[in-house]
Design a protein around this ligand. Structure first.
Ligand code: ZN
Length: 273
């Protein structure tokens, strides 16, 4: 072995503890950053809705990333035939491309939510850019349905205090979820998607499925079929389906705290003066 390689080896042998601590620390920081920015239940950056503490068998079905024909249409047909309302978190550019589908979502009695213009990872953007992502989508939803939405779900669940405070300033509630994501976008068989969801459903749960792919086209046949299994099995268990706003109303009626006022934001929230 050369002298250089030997001395490098010696250096690592002498300092392995420093490297171990360094890598361990880095891993810990990454896990913590993930937790505070993407974990659906973390309330550190400000309040979000993940479920409602109701004592009745109600559940909210939500669909992200659409509209995406023909899969969103097929979901709508099924939900309409079964009298099941859902909540669609739509991507602005897909709303612009498929306004008729969003009109139908709304006309059928579903709730619509804002999922940004192009499925941006908002914590990487400036405050102005975050605002633009939300307002352009809001404008498009309003143009297409004639209605303003108060619901917003950050793409990837990623948010920090700026994302939450911008949303609140625009009159939007941040809606997360309580049932772990079934990764339906990786297109496992419908039964697998359904089982991943059904295992975790409780009274007042919020379920997430994906009818689109970040606002773009993708095969969502397995999600369509999984929706049917989930609805059928939850009905057998005695569950009733409601939209997110309906679920919230039931929650407040049973003693949950309504969305907070401007003085009640989380510890890291600093109001913009
Ligand atoms: Zn999404």
């Amino acid at each position: 072995m050369s002298r250089a390689a030997d001395s490098i080896k010696g250096f690592f042998a002498r300092h392995w503890r420093v490297f171990a601590i360094g890598f361990g620390g880095l891993a810990l920081i990454i896990v913590l950053l993930w937790y505070v920015t993407e974990s659906p239940k973390n309330q550190l950056w400000g309040p979000t809705v993940t479920s409602e503490p109701v004592k009745q068998k109600v559940v909210a079905l939500t669909f992200d990333d659409g509209p995406n024909p023909p899969y969103t249409d097929r979901i709508l047909e099924y939900l309409h035939a079964e009298h099941v309302p859902a909540t669609f978190f739509v991507v602005g550019l897909a709303v612009q491309a498929h306004p008729d589908i969003v009109r139908r979502e709304f006309a059928d009695g579903n709730a619509i939510g804002n999922h940004t213009w192009d499925h941006a990872h908002l914590i990487l953007l400036s405050r102005t850019h975050i605002e633009r992502e939300l307002t352009s989508t809001e404008d498009e939803i309003q143009r297409v349905t004639g209605e303003h939405t108060e619901l917003f779900r950050p793409p990837f669940g990623a948010r920090d205090f700026r994302v939450i405070s911008v949303a609140h300033q625009l009159g939007l509630q941040v809606i997360m979820w309580s049932v772990p994501l079934p990764a339906d976008w990786t297109q496992p068989p419908p039964r697998v998607i359904a089982d991943r969801v059904l295992k975790y459903v409780k009274d007042g749960s919020i379920i997430v499925l994906h009818d689109g792919n970040k606002g773009h086209a993708a095969d969502r046949n397995n999600t369509v079929e999984a929706t049917k299994i989930i609805v059928t099995e939850l009905r057998k268990r005695g569950f009733r389906f409601v939209t997110v706003p309906e679920l919230e109303k039931l929650g407040y009626a049973e003693g949950a705290t309504p969305p907070p006022g401007p003085t009640e934001y989380g510890p890291f929230y600093t109001p913009r003066l």
